[in-house]
Design a protein around this ligand. Sequence first.
Ligand code: NAP
Length: 343
Amino acid sequence: MLPSSLPEPELYLPRSGEPSLRWGIVGPGWIAGEFAKAVRAHTAQRIVAVGSRSLDRASSFAAAHGIDYALGSIGQLVTHPEVDVVYVATPHSEHLGVGLAAIAAGKHVLIEKPITVSAAGAQALADAARAAGVLVMEAMWSRYLPQASVIRRLLDDGVLGEIRAVLADHGQALPTDPWHRLNRPELGGGALLDLGIYPMQFSSMILGAPTRVVAVGAMAETGVDAHATVALTHEGGAQSTLYTSMRARTPTTASVAGSEATLDLAGSFYSPTSFTLSGSGHFGPSLAWSDPTGLTRFDGLSWEANALARFVGEGRTESPVHTLDETVRILATIDAARAQLAA
Ligand SMILES: NC(=O)c1ccc[n+]([C@@H]2O[C@H](COP(=O)([O-])OP(=O)(O)OC[C@H]3O[C@@H](n4cnc5c(N)ncnc54)[C@H](OP(=O)(O)O)[C@@H]3O)[C@@H](O)[C@H]2O)c1
């Protein structure tokens, strides 16, 4: 039986008691620009500094986004006395070093996905954050979107029954230039770490860690994974079938099949989207949900910034909806899949 209506989303609304933190950005590239726009438009957070390997690049980013301090080294940014939180938006390979430096300077840290390139690195960040008593969180923005809270509530209420399967994909036609960060092994390139982490984290949110990982796929000429299908078996026999590619755009949808109901998220499932909850019978009734907030696409990055500020205000040192232990486990699954592809 479907419920008569769907739960209201729990929103990380700005100006709802959270502190207005002073943020510093490391890595003024593409996503940093989207993040800065979203934070400025949809939060009460203040981006006060930006750090780059080049003072010129920091200065032009600062000018474009109305940021006070442009700093020509990452070290200056992470130790800046007027910065409370460091947002790390460098290539994956740099996340660990920058994250550890920011933690050592006593800053809270929001690190772009993947938090780093291996479970061991993620564990090192978690250990350092716990020892320092600061909040460290992977910028897995999907977890803080309005739809995520509704889905968690449906799962907690048992509306889907016993979960049998998760299906999810994330493929994009990304640059084939061998110098692009995604094609370079030394920068943590490859589809699984950059795009595959979205289906992986979705599966983890629904079914937890797998008991078995089987990956097939193909490598790019530069030695990174170009596309992969990953089958996960979970306790009790539930299956996740996940696909990722950096050579072709795929539907970017996600589904959760339960004994009582099925949830279908429209593409792009990892960004603000809509979903349908259908009963288990053919052609039965269904309920439709769409994001009521009006925030679309990369506006959605603002939710994770509001969430981090709320968590800091609550005295938390990790995200309650994406714990550091879970972050490490997801990287361990990706480690296993990448090792099978490389073998
Ligand atoms: N949440 C999302 O939707 C989303 C979307 C895209 C990307 N991301 C994540 O964000 C991170 C950055 O991705 P991006 O696409 O924004 O990359 P990008 O455009 O290449 O920007 C990365 C920036 O990092 C700096 N950097 C520091 N060390 C570097 C190094 N060794 N090599 C190259 N650049 C270095 C560079 O700035 P300077 O040279 O000025 O220092 C560069 O502009 C990745 O981890 C990615 O997974 C998240």
